[in-house]
Design a protein around this ligand. Structure first.
Ligand code: UGA
Length: 453
């Protein structure tokens, strides 16, 4: 994977073994650096020492295994030891959303304290977590305030643009690497760390780097909501959104990515980052109303999809519906803010009987998420009635509708002949426009897509 030889091996500590932290730690070690990955979750660290990766991410386990064996990658629960033994400390702890939309920066503040306490030699402190603009400044002030000696340090921002499910690939093939720095020393260290990747490096100040991350995620979410809004007009006018998106995407100024219409975006990044960007913009004096509309269109898209099913089945109460694909996108077992959860909740409200299937998501995780949803509309009793299938075929058995929510390869390649025999009524609700309506029509299926003729 490494494309050029590294020019200097750094001792790196990555704080946080979540999606961003663990991928970064394993990848830095693959680049040849000596990495200590720390996390306050002792169980997670014990698991990682036994090479158990706590979430599904293609190729990550291999990187962890190989680099642990080479002793380039170490896992430990002690933040203090990890910090003391390193030259560069990457902060990759969680910044979860608070009820008002702002990012909870408690963990970042806590880590800044610990760094101050353990500042025994020069260190470069790098923010990897997605944080609101001006957080770097606060980290710097906190370390300055609590450090016990005159040791020098630098703070930098190095936002991550990895996509879940493609995170390892993205790390080694970045479109750009953004580094926000205040000193030449910090700039050189970060350039040396990434030296072996052939990527454009954009050097900015810290505030600008932080803002690039929020602006990028919000822009991608805007693109998705834009095409989803267009899909609604297509449905009204009898036009085909897939063709509209294809032709729009051929214009190089627009680009063909993130124009896939469907039940909208989910995951732990877009929804939370959009809220946080809205919040910080307002706090700084600008009301970014466009983002409110992006969020509204996204939420409406799930409701619209369920309305379409209702329109077709007339009464949903007591109908068996199979939900295929639960993760917020393919190649991950992550269901945080997944569209499937909203769709499940809406169908339960209508009295549907549900059978769920996903190639990676575990039953317990779905039930836990449904129970902890903000809107507690689905009672314990209704949740307990949900069935979980081991195969997509088992999920559609006896169903009046098969709802495809996530475009897993396994689901794209499903055997529709078999499905037809198993279903009670052959209705396909395609939440990602992944099938060809005409083909399914010829096979005798009724088809619901979004913005398609
Ligand atoms: C996103 C960004 O793409 C990454 O660059 C960023 O690093 C990451 O957030 C983060 O902030 O950590 P991720 O959330 O993993 O990555 O997933 P995406 O591939 O961006 O998809 C997000 C959601 O948008 C998914 O639910 C997906 O189904 C949906 N989507 C995506 C669409 O509905 N239509 C599209 O055309 C593309």
């Amino acid at each position: 994977m490494v494309q050029k030889k590294i020019i200097k091996k750094y001792k790196i500590c990555v704080i946080g073994a979540g999606h961003v932290g663990l991928v970064a730690a394993a990848s830095f070690s693959e680049l040849g650096h000596r990495v200590i990955c720390v996390d306050s979750d002792k169980k997670k660290i014990e698991g990682l020492k036994k090479l158990i990766v706590p979430f599904y991410e293609p190729d990550l386990e291999k990187l962890v295994r190989e680099n642990t064996k080479k002793k380039n990658l170490l896992f430990m629960p002690s933040l203090d030891e990890g910090i003391k033994k390193s030259d560069v400390v990457f902060i990759a702890v969680g910044t979860p959303p608070q009820p008002d939309g702002s990012a909870d920066l408690t963990s970042i503040e806590d880590v800044a304290h610990r760094i101050a306490k353990n500042l025994v030699s020069y260190k470069l402190i790098v923010e990897k977590s997605t944080v609101p603009v001006q957080t770097g400044q606060k980290i710097k002030e906190t370390i300055q305030r609590y450090k016990k000696n005159t040791t020098h340090f630098d703070v930098a921002s190095n936002p991550e643009f990895l996509r879940e499910g493609k995170a390892v690939y993205d790390f080694f093939h970045p479109d750009r690497i953004v580094i926000g720095v205040e000193s030449r020393r910090a700039e050189n260290i970060l350039k040396e760390i990434y030296h072996s990747l052939k990527a454009s490096i954009i050097v900015t100040d810290i505030n600008t780097a932080e803002l690039i991350k929020h602006a990028s995620n919000s822009f991608l979410a805007t693109k998705i909501s834009f095409i989803n809004a267009v899909s609604r007009i297509c449905d009204c006018a009898g036009a085909d959104v897939e063709k509209v998106a294809e032709a729009m995407g051929m214009d190089e100024r627009i680009g063909n990515q993130f124009l896939q219409t469907g039940v909208g975006y989910g995951g732990f990044c877009f929804p939370k980052d959009l809220e946080a960007f809205l919040y910080i913009s307002k706090k700084l004096g600008y009301d970014f109303g466009l983002l409110r509309e992006v969020k509204k269109i996204n939420e409406e898209q799930r409701v619209y999809f369920v309305e379409k099913i209702k329109e077709h089945l007339w009464v949903i109460k007591d109908k068996r519906i199979g939900i295929l694909g639960l993760s917020f996108k393919p190649n991950t077992d992550d269901i945080r803010f997944a569209p499937s959860l909203d769709i499940i909740r809406l169908l339960l409200e209508e009295g549907a009987r549900l059978t769920l299937y996903d190639p990676q998501v575990k039953k317990e995780r779905v039930f836990w998420s449904l129970r902890s949803q903000k809107e507690k509309s689905s009672s314990e009793e209704t949740i307990a009635q949900i069935k979980f299938a081991k195969t997509p075929y088992e999920a559609v058995k006896g169903c009046d509708c098969a709802c495809f929510i996530t475009e897993w390869d396994e689901l794209k390649k499903i055997d529709f002949k078999k499905i037809k025999e198993l279903m009670h009524y052959p209705l396909i609700a395609d939440g990602r426009n992944m099938f060809t309506p005409q083909v399914l029509g010829k096979m005798g299926f009724k088809y619901i897509g979004i913005g398609r003729v």
